[in-house]
Ligand binder design. Sequence first.
Ligand code: COA
Length: 432
Amino acid sequence: MDYKEQYQKRCVTPGQAVSHIRSGDRISINNAAGEALVLVEALMERKQSLRDVEIVQMIPMGNSPFAQPGMEKYFRHNSLFVGGATRGTIEAGHGDYTPCYFSRIPTLFDAALPLDAAFIHVSLPDEHGYCSHGVSVDYAKHAAECAKLVIAQVNPEMPRTLGDSFIHISDIDYIVETKQPIPVLNPPVISEVEKKIGEYCASLIQDGDTLQLGIGAIPDAVLLFLKDKKDLGIHSEMFSDGVVELVEAGVINNSKKTLHQGKSIATFLMGTRRLYDFVHNNPAVEMYPVTYVNDPLVIARNDNLVSINSCVQADFLGQVVSDTVGSKQISGVGGQVDFVRGAYLSKGGRSIIAMPSTTKDLKTSKIVPFINEWSAVTTSRNDVQYIITEYGIADLWGYTIRERARKMIHIAHPAFRDELAEQFEARFHQPF
Ligand code: COA
């Protein structure tokens, strides 16, 4: 049977596709912009006939209807990265969070969380019958390899990204054809504080470095200050529109990379249509599963790897809290630790954790003597290297805990420095 026949045989309506889900099943839903929204909607429509369906997902981009109050009878949300749509749910106990490094999420599906079904979202098939996982290869590819049932939303809007990013239609059980825009993440508004932080981060980046950038205003602010650099490379769990600008400006060309020279490497993408058009069929961009991109030993094969991520709190010891505010789970570990460790092992590598010195209302210092009760350490003091705020750079690597505390106070907001100095004196029994 040629692939067109195989394709046609698998095409069903959304309702028919999700009719194969049973009570008690565990389903993985794609990460971020790869979420198959049509399949989620169809699943919600038949919720009355379901009980205890467990939904596992990393970053939610849609409104996560299955995770809203009142849905507990039908669905159990097991979050691998809490987002805006699910923070309230997890906080109220209507769903749960499972801590796991991003690089290890596919291995959860092999052991702790075997999948009954995977809802994936892919491009149109090519002339050989292969669809691309597009903007979300990360755990989606492995989910489709190990789930008992694979349901794909096939969408001409999904870019055909290259690399180890393909699934053959013979490996899909049911296909739902849709034409739907890929969810968009608009570039953030960058504040003066974030600009200053971006400038400090950029001061640690040299020509020829390979970069990993997290999501949000700070990574985008860093990119603003890289316009005069040369021969930069990308090996990042994700990237957004800012990278496209620097490729077009000739700043990022991947020419000095020691792994995948000439290619930008990522495992997922989030941005605007401009980004999705840029990566479509682009041989200069390759997407791989997260077990590869985020493996610290793979990251380390890139000499001069600089990782830049953000956090919500850091203490005198350099313990970094990125995904909890006290007992509230606000996001997830994602790839932060994967990349901090990869950068640590990379020849010439550097890892940066960057954050504003206070919360937006200026009322709370993000630099504290000790992390909040119930908060969880994301990056440990043994792994941390540079911490940056709008007041400067604290290089903690190789420094004693007392020296670290002094450096941290120097990059705290001036309004909190006296109080922090008193805490220093109480803790270390000597003048600040
Ligand atoms: N005390 C109390 N509340 C705090 C706080 C603190 N020290 N720091 C942040 N918050 C609150 C903010 O007010 C905000 O609340 P709101 O949404 O109700 O306004 C919320 O926590 C999120 O903080 P914000 O600073 O707006 O987050 P951000 O969008 O800049 O993202 C991280 C920062 C740390 C949450 C994000 O980078 C992350 O999740 N990192 C971990 C994962 C990672 O690094 N992955 C690798 C790259 S993809």
